[in-house]
Structures are given as structure tokens and as C-alpha cells.
Design a protein around this ligand. Structure first.
Ligand code: FEO
Length: 400
């Protein structure tokens, strides 16, 4: 049976949800599932905005047919060619052979690469418009948000922005399509941040370029390719994107990420957290890198102003899971954080200097002078260094 939602006059959500997929892009855990959003406009012409991942293809095709109610599909606009949205293009072409596909030059290049044989195509570029009856759509190029071919489409008639991956989130919709049908700040923001930071986080400058273009148009509603549709409180998510894309922290607070083999480095992390809280800094989050997925660590790194990395030395290097976190931070362009270092090592502590070398390769990372280095386990001799680190973190917050 079809499972659709009306978005606004003439526009329907015809996407679907996947609760079976464990790893998005085969790398990021999605315990709350994911939605693949597609939208169908019924005007004098019928226009489908993007398709869906093949995993929900059957539901999607049923949805499209149900909303069309026997009408033919005239246009398919492809804003983004990544297969989680484009995998069902071929089936649309087979079922609706009269359809004309609209996309960017690079979008059509990727269609050929993925093996889709498109006969009727219209290439569009920045600022082009198409009128489908009542609704006029303008196309805005959005390269690297999140692939080079990406564009967004804006309905000039009603202010609906089809934003591709931008403003999306992990998490299945489960019937609740709109942001005002969920408690986004309680139930969705962590997945939205984890989605953005791990999928698009590297491309902050490109997201900034898109946000600047978005500021020039009167957006009433945002229809992303994943997660809820935004129909009010747009300022909330735009403000989050402003922070994330400029790598500015959302909150003054401390993320403590520790790598511990036998609990001694973990003990140092707990002592640090306790002393910070005792001194009034309650916004402290503590994670064991060995049992926290790196996508979560990256997301939290984007959230907090301060980061403390506590690592045991392993094979005269950084503990491998901590090293992987640092490599991911660099790959995703993490910057502008104040960082504290704790190192441990039973005979040759090295992890501190090596972590600093990694951090030095990132932009605008401010490493605190107060470092804590200990051998095997913390003892009375380390109290002063620990207290100095706590004070160093708190003092740097006053400056911020
Ligand atoms: Fe949701 Fe870049 O695809």
C-alpha cells in the first residue's frame, strides 16, 4: 500500500524509510534508521524531485504511482546523484518512458557512469528556471554539498527549497514528516549533527557558499533528502549549519575522549571530568574511543569548544583507535578547538607528542600548555599537573 504525505498544495512526499540498514554508506551506524525523501509535484506537468535508495524502491514506486493517479510523469529533477537518492532512476525511466530528466552537466556525467541510459534530458546550470504550470523552479548549484554535481531546486512560487543532502539527518521518519511533528532539539539534533559532520563536514566552505545563496531567497520550507521537512523555525537549523560549516563550536563545554587498555588512562579522564564539574563546568561529555563509533566522536567534536585527548602509548605510538579518531578529525577538516593532552605509557610515554603532531596538521587548533603525562597509573606526583590542566581549560574558557 502507498505510504505518502502531503507536504503543501500540489506537493507530496513519496519517499520511504529503511530500518534494516545497519551502516549508512556502509560505515556510519544508524540505529534509528534513515529516510530517503523524494517529492512529487502535481502541476500542469508532473515533476519528481530525486528518487530513493533501491532498498525502498518498491515502496517508492507504489507511492509515485498512487500520487500520480494514472497521470504520466513528465519530469524527473535530479539534484544529487549519490545512489542513496539516484539508484531508482532506471526503474523510473522504464516505467515512465516519456519522462524528461533535468540535472546538471556533472549530474548527467554521473548518470552515465552509473549506467543509466537517459534519452530525454535537459541540462541546467546556476540560475536557470523551468515553469511547470503554476510552479516555477530555479536551480542553484551546490557543488560538494555533498558531491560535485549537486544542486538544489527552489520553487519560486511557494518558497519550497529542495535542498538535496543539506539540512538532512539520519533517522527514519516513521510517519512524522515535519520538524514540528517531532521534538527535534531533544530527539533529532544529535543525529542531524552526526549526519552533517560526517557526510558534509569536510566541505564547510562549500556549505557556506550555499548558505549565502540561500540568504538571498525567501525560503518558506526546506525539503531535504533525509530526515524531517522544515516548515517553521528555519532559523534553528540554519544557525546550526552556520556553526558547523564555519567550524565554530555550538557550546562551551569539554569533550573528553580517552583510550585506555587497563583502566588507568580512563581513571585520569574521570578525575579530569570530576574536577571540571566540581569547579563549575558541568557541560562535560566523556567517551571511551574503543567503544564509541568514530562518527559519534566527530559529531561531539563539532559540538563542544574544548577537547581533551587522553591516550595510552601503544607500540610506541598513539593507541590505534585514538589515532583513527585523529585521522578522521583531519579528514573532516575539524578546526578551531582548544585541546588538552593527557598521555600515559608504562616505559616510554609518546602518545602526547604524537597526538600534538596530528593536531598541528589541523587548522587553528590551540593546544594547552598544561599537559598531563604519567607512567602506568596516576599517583600523588600527578596531582599538580592534573590541577593545572583543569585550570588551563577553565582559564581558556574565560578568554573565549
Ligand atoms: Fe544522501 Fe550524498 O547522499
Amino acid at each position: 500500500m502507498e505510504c505518502v504525505r502531503k507536504v503543501c498544495d500540489d506537493l507530496y512526499w513519496v519517499g520511504g524509510n529503511d530500518h534494516r540498514l545497519a551502516l549508512f554508506e556502509n560505515i556510519h551506524p544508524i540505529p534509528r534508521g534513515v529516510s530517503y525523501n523524494s517529492y512529487l509535484l502535481l502541476d500542469e506537468k508532473t515533476v519528481l524531485f530525486d528518487t530513493v535508495d533501491w532498498s525502498i524502491g518498491r515502496q517508492f514506486l507504489e507511492n509515485v504511482a498512487a500520487v500520480l493517479k494514472g497521470r504520466d510523469l513528465d519530469y524527473l529533477i535530479i539534484n544529487h546523484m549519490e545512489p542513496d537518492h539516484a539508484a531508482s532512476i532506471e526503474e523510473i525511466l522504464l516505467r515512465y518512458p516519456n519522462v524528461t530528466v533535468i540535472s546538471t552537466e556533472k549530474g548527467f556525467l554521473l548518470m552515465r557512469q552509473f549506467g543509466f541510459d537517459v534519452e530525454k534530458m535537459e541540462e541546467v546550470k546556476e540560475g536557470d528556471t523551468r515553469c511547470f504550470g503554476t510552479h516555477t523552479i530555479t536551480f542553484v548549484e551546490a557543488p560538494m554539498v555533498h558531491w560535485p554535481e549537486a544542486m538544489v531546486s527552489f520553487d519560486i512560487t511557494n518558497g519550497v527549497l529542495f535542498s538535496a543532502d543539506a539540512f538532512g539527518s539520519f533517522g527514519a521518519l516513521d510517519g512524522k514528516l515535519f520538524n514540528d511533528e517531532v521534538n527535534f532539539d531533544r530527539d533529532w539534533i544529535d543525529d542531524a549533527r552526526r549526519y552533517y559532520t560526517n557526510i558534509v563536514g569536510k566541505y564547510g566552505a562549500h556549505v557556506q557558499a550555499l548558505l549565502k545563496k540561500a540568504a538571498t531567497i525567501d525560503i518558506k520550507m526546506i525539503c531535504p533528502l533525509h530526515g524531517p521537512v522544515w516548515r517553521n523555525d528555519l532559523g534553528y537549523i540554519l544557525d546550526k549549519y552556520q556553526h558547523w560549516s564555519t567550524y565554530e563550536p555550538e557550546e562551551k563545554g569539554v569533550l573528553i575522549a580517552y583510550a585506555s587498555m587497563y583502566g588507568n588512562t580512563e581513571n585520569a579522564a574521570h578525575v579530569l571530568a570530576t574536577k571540571l564539574v566540581e569547579k563549575g563546568m558541568h557541560n562535560v561529555a566523556l567517551y571511551d574511543v574503543s567503544n564509541t563509533h568514530v562518527s559519534q566522536l566527530i559529531s561531539e567534536t563539532f559540538k563542544y569548544s574544548h577537547l581533551v585527548l587522553a591516550s595510552v602509548t601503544y607500540n610506541l605510538g598513539i593507541y590505534p583507535v585514538m589515532h583513527n579518531f585523529l585521522m578522521d578529525m583531519k579528514a573532516l577538516n575539524v578546526q578551531k578547538r582548544v585541546v588538552g593532552i593527557i598521555e600515559n605509557g608504562s616505559w616510554a610515554p609518546k602518545s602526547g607528542s604524537l597526538m600534538k603532531e596530528c593536531l598541528d596538521e589541523m587548522k587553528q587548533m590551540s593546544i594547552l600548555n598544561e599537559e598531563l603525562s604519567f607512567v602506568s597509573s596516576m599517583n600523588d606526583a600527578n596531582r599538580n599537573e592534573m590541577d593545572a590542566l583543569v585550570d588551563g581549560i577553565l582559564d581558556s574558557m574565560k578568554d573565549a
